[in-house]
Design a protein around this ligand. Structure first.
Ligand code: FW2
Length: 290
């Protein structure tokens, strides 16, 4: 069976508006035992851009017992802080850091993006987190090659884009780089197109389905399980991006998930039970038993 890197961008659980390390670790260990390889801290699903540096470091410390399986997203609008986080990541000997490019501000020069990644990766090998829709910058294969030429230590890229041509170009034109898909809908494609792995927010609640996609990627059941996951991801979007994932984790895994941080508001009781009802209808449609 083909093994790709399975990376779970963990939700960040809050209790009374503080990061709840104990819930975070229990959830992280549960998905790890469920067969996922890497735990990705402070990604989009983990509300990374809303976490302060001390909060991200608190999470890093909470997972200090399993360093080989941890990736810390340390990209920010303050390169000095990002570098400090990468230094800490190195101390903990984790697998590597990931980094969003600078975001929000328009007009960042291409050479500044190159410098940002080059400087950061002097501390720790970097997985570029490419999410053009939200950051405003598309880190294409030619930019990655420029970063590498400038001495950057880039070990991978996480492509949160539906532009498969860009993803395949990176695979084709950048030597020795791991290319990971980001959208929940592209797990099966990662297998079928010979990519290196996938990062899927849906794996927080759907890691068992992800394993079924892995086991069946070369036959029709692979499509069926991917479609099941797509329908669940669509429900997550309908009930409230990211916030709904906390409820879906509890519904599907039975493990406590804590709360999101506002302005990602917790689902009301009514919404949660309507979501659960719709999830059950999807399970039934695909003949999937929890
Ligand atoms: C993250 C991910 C998953 C994303 C996707 C964006 O950091 O949460 O690609 O869920 O909404 O990598």
């Amino acid at each position: 069976m083909e093994k790709l890197d399975s990376i779970v961008p963990l939700i960040t659980p809050f209790t009374n508006n503080r990061v709840d390390k104990s819930i975070a670790v229990k959830h992280g260990e549960d998905v790890f035992k469920g067969g996922m390889k890497y735990l990705f801290i402070a990604g989009t699903t983990g509300l990374g851009p809303s976490l302060s540096m001390p909060e991200r470091l608190e999470l890093l410390d909470a997972f200090a017992h399993m360093p080989d399986n941890v990736i810390l997203q340390c990209g920010s609008l303050n390169l000095e802080e990002s570098i400090e986080m990468a230094k800490q990541a190195k101390k903990y000997k984790i697998y590597g850091v990931a980094a969003l490019p600078p975001y929000y501000f328009t007009g960042m020069k291409r050479e500044w993006l190159v410098k940002y990644y080059t400087k950061l990766s002097k501390e720790e090998p970097v997985i570029i987190y490419n999410y053009p829709e939200t950051t405003g910058y598309n880190i294409t294969y030619d930019i990655i090659n420029d970063i590498k030429k400038a001495g950057g230590d880039i070990i991978g890229i996480k492509e949160t884009t539906f532009n498969m041509n860009d993803i395949l170009n990176t695979k084709m034109y950048v030597p020795d780089i791991k290319v990971y898909t980001g959208p929940d809908q592209f797990i099966l494609s990662a297998f079928r197109l010979g990519l290196d792995g996938y990062v899927s927010g849906a794996s927080n609640y759907g890691y068992k389905i992800v394993k079924l996609i892995e086991e069946n990627y070369s036959n029709k059941d692979g499509d069926r399980y991917q479609f099941l996951l797509n329908e669940l991801a669509a429900l997550s979007g309908k009930y409230g991006t990211i916030s709904s994932i906390y409820d879906m984790v509890e519904i599907m895994t039975g493990v406590k998930a804590g709360n999101p941080r506002e302005p990602f508001f917790k689902l009301s009781m009514e919404d949660r039970s309507a979501l659960e009802k719709e999830m059950n209808a999807v399970f039934k449609k695909y003949n999937y038993k929890l």
